[in-house]
Design a protein around this ligand. Structure first.
Ligand code: FES
Length: 104
């Protein structure tokens, strides 16, 4: 996988307070817009198989739709059980309407 930033989505499709699931090379990522700043993590919950982008974003925390674990999208750290393992986070870059991720 590339260590460079790659374009993955358009900012106009990810308003503040929204989540978006994207798939790059077969891997699912979640994008979160927190007051205009875009953060990226893995989309799969670290507890079981649930897509976090179908959960809800409250401030900078996403809640899992399956069992309610909450993760900080800035750090990936869980703040509510049952999940105990942090999400992988990814560096983001926004240029105009272009959201880019560093996937390496
Ligand atoms: S699958 Fe996310 S908390 Fe259980």
């Amino acid at each position: 996988m590339s260590d460079e930033f790659v374009s993955v989505a358009e900012l106009s499709k990810l308003g503040p307070g929204k989540l978006l699931r994207i798939v790059v090379d077969g891997h699912a990522y979640m994008l979160a817009n927190v007051d205009g700043t875009v953060f990226a993590t893995d989309d799969m919950c670290t507890h079981e198989d649930a897509s976090l982008s179908t959960g809800a974003l409250h401030g900078d925390c996403v809640s899992c739709p399956l069992h309610g674990s909450r993760f900080n999208v800035r750090t990936g750290e869980p703040s509510e059980e049952p999940a105990e393992k942090a999400l992988q986070t990814y560096e983001t870059q926004v240029i105009g309407d272009d959201i880019r991720l560093r996937l390496g």
